[in-house]
Design a protein around this ligand. Structure first.
Ligand code: NAG
Ligand code: NAG
Ligand code: NAG
Ligand code: NAG
Length: 198
């Protein structure tokens, strides 16, 4: 799934968002209502402007969330830069040179830091951005449950062992989807959607 259609990425992101929200019951649509009530509107305004300037970015932003969620859960680990001791997910074959949108996420994060310092997680930003980018290009919208905590670890090696690949057989695909809380039925429905969307 290194180069997948925007539609298929959208469907997977939707499903992952639902699976993760089921698994972590503390997530809530109103998570930032008291601490940063303007968070969602700041994100949406920025995403609308970015996608107006570059429509293709919408698919890239969805893909960023999908690649974040499949590796270590939706924890923002896809955003981390490599250090002397850590080669991060960004450097993995399935990501390097093909993932984009990092600068835009940085800019949104900066605006949110100005509005409410230290409140909104990068993982939540990725989740909101994926939804808003999708809606902006005429896709389905969905409720985003918030309250994810950013992870501090990110390893390139884990990308290969987590993301679906074109060469995966059925058994491997089922196992990969199972790791993010999606069963074989979810996977088949998503795959059927991809085929029917072509
Ligand atoms: C990663 O590095 C780039 C380029 O130096 C920088 O703009 C970006 O903010 C860094 N991202 C993180 C999450 O530290
Ligand atoms: C990662 O996947 C690529 C093909 O997509 C393969 O060439 C490479 O050997 C894999 N690396 C590991 C560590 O599995
Ligand atoms: C799927 O691939 C794995 C790893 O290559 C292999 O061990 C397994 O036998 C394959 N399963 C089927 C049904 O082909
Ligand atoms: C995707 O699958 C769902 C569930 O079967 C269905 O309601 C929906 O219409 C499908 N969407 C596409 C684009 O095929």
């Amino acid at each position: 799934m290194a180069s997948t259609s925007p539609r298929s990425v959208l469907l997977i992101v939707l499903a992952v968002a639902v699976a993760i929200s089921d698994a972590q019951l503390q997530l809530s649509e109103t998570f930032y209502d008291a601490t940063c009530p303007q968070a969602a509107s700041i994100v949406q305004q920025k995403v609308n402007a970015f996608v107006d300037a570059d429509r293709g970015l919408a698919a890239a932003l969805m893909r960023l969330h999908f690649h974040d969620c499949f590796v270590r859960g939706c924890d923002g680990s896809v955003l981390l830069n490599s250090t002397d001791t850590m080669l991060t997910e960004k450097e993995a074959l399935l990501n390097k040179g093909s993932l984009r949108g990092f600068e835009q996420i940085d800019e949104i994060k900066m605006d949110l830091e100005c509005a409410c310092p230290g409140v909104v997680s990068c993982a939540d930003i990725l989740a909101l951005v994926a939804r808003d980018a999708t809606a902006k290009v005429g896709g389905t919208s969905w409720p985003v449950f918030l309250g994810r905590i950013d992870g501090g670890a990110s390893f390139a090696d884990e990308v290969n062992s987590s993301l679906p690949e074109r060469t995966d057989n059925f058994t491997q695909l089922v196992a990969r989807f199972a790791r993010v809380g999606l069963d074989a039925r979810d996977m088949v429905i998503l795959s059927g959607n991809v085929t029917s969307a072509k």
